[in-house]
Design a protein around this ligand. Structure first.
Ligand SMILES: *Cc1c(COP(=O)(O)O)cnc(C)c1O
Length: 377
């Protein structure tokens, strides 16, 4: 018997990555060397910002982006409850309060219609999460931010390379370039990886200098080793990770195209089934770079038993993502309860992420979709 195993995700690593990491390892310069400088320069160029600052994780990047925006104790930051927990946690790190507002039922991104009602005199910023590989509705969000003088910080950790086409000129722009800063992550399941790692992008020279200091123990401008000018952190990315990131970045258009190809296969096979499984919708004007491949199961289906049946066939699936406000420590601290953000909750209850990584063939996808429809029956 052939044993098939489809994990949920895996990175796409080749010989070039191995060679690059080994070369850096042998160079003896393992931190704050040439690889990081080059990686930052090329990353900024790819995304379309003036500066990029590499950090040890996407979460670290979000933390520094919030400090950089001057968010502090007593401030409120509006954000999405349908996200990986890190986006809301980063708001807690700086002592501010995450103020959730519900999501759009089609894209699962923050619904701009709900934002204005949440604005108070304490609101300082909107932390926009671009979930599952596509941009939030930025035109409306930017207009609200302008009207109420709020800062925009983007959590683009799931959406590297995704574009949004809006405004009168209709020019497509990459996510991460709309706010005062945008944050990316390179965990192994993201569009590209450095193992652990993240990047903050910005067009502000001043903010860039502050972020470079903050990630490096608060060191002063010339980064002298024992000159600390502010409370900083060790959020540096190491050289091996940067060397890996440089090779992955060189291939990023290929990596994204491959993801999009697999997503199209999923979409085609899913549109042939009559079980009521809904693929993720891509908003008009958006390109999706597909972080995971999520589907909504029909309401009333016992998702746990679907996961179990798929598991028995060697296919990993995952309820992804739970709504942040229903985690125990958020409920306890802020008094959230079921029903507070009904759309986010319904998506969380019905969503299932399917195996999604480069190397899956059209045949694999057909097999996975067949297994899924059979598991529903
Ligand atoms: C992956 C991710 C992050 C940060 O991830 P790290 O594991 O810290 O690199 C932040 N926000 C979202 C939405 C993510 O998916």
């Amino acid at each position: 018997m052939v044993i098939i195993h489809y994990p949920l995700a895996k990175p796409h690593i080749g010989k070039e990555e191995e060679r690059a990491v080994l070369k850096t390892l042998r160079s003896g310069v393992l931190s704050m060397g040439p690889a990081i400088t080059e990686f930052e320069k090329r990353f900024a160029r790819f995304v379309g910002t003036k500066y990029a600052v590499a950090v040890s994780s996407g979460t670290a990047g979000l933390h520094l982006a919030l400090i950089g925006a001057g968010i502090k104790e007593g401030d409120e930051v509006i954000t999405s409850p349908f996200s990986f927990v890190a986006s809301a946690n980063a708001i807690l790190y700086v002592g501010a309060t995450p103020v959730f507002t519900d999501v759009d039922p089609n894209t699962f991104n923050i619904d701009p219609m709900g934002i204005e009602k949440k604005i108070t005199p304490r609101t300082k910023a909107i932390l926009v999460v671009h979930i599952f590989g596509q941009s939030a509705d930025m035109n409306q969000i930017l207009a609200l931010a302008r009207k109420h003088k709020l800062k925009i910080i983007e959590d683009a950790c799931e959406s590297l390379g995704a574009t949004y086409k809006g405004g009168e000129n209709g020019i497509a722009r990459m996510v991460g370039t709309f706010g005062e800063s945008g944050v990316f992550a390179f965990y192994p399941n993201k569009q590209m990886t450095t193992g652990e790692g993240g990047m903050i992008v910005t067009n502000s020279k001043k903010l860039c200098a502050l972020l470079r200091s903050l990630r490096n123990q608060g060191r002063g401008k010339n980064m002298q080793w024992l000159s600390h000018e502010r409370l900083g952190y060790n959020y540096r990315m190491d050289e091996m990770s940067a060397a890996l990131g440089l090779v992955q970045l060189r291939k990023i258009r290929f990596l994204i195209r491959e993801r999009q190809k697999i997503a199209v296969w999923y979409h085609r096979f899913l549109s042939k089934q009559a079980c009521g499984i809904q693929p993720l919708k891509v908003a008009i004007g958006n390109t999706n770079t597909w972080f995971v491949y999520p589907v909504l199961l029909p309401s009333g289906v016992n998702r746990n038993s679907v996961v179990e049946r798929m598991e028995k066939r060697g296919i990993n699936t995952k309820p992804y993502l739970p709504s942040i406000h229903l985690f125990g420590f958020y409920k306890k601290r802020f008094g959230f309860k079921k029903g507070d953000f009904p759309i986010s909750e319904e998506v969380s209850e019905r969503v299932l992420a399917l195996p999604f990584y480069i190397g899956l063939t059209k045949n694999d996808i057909g097999l996975i979709v067949d297994a899924l429809t059979e598991s529903l029956a």
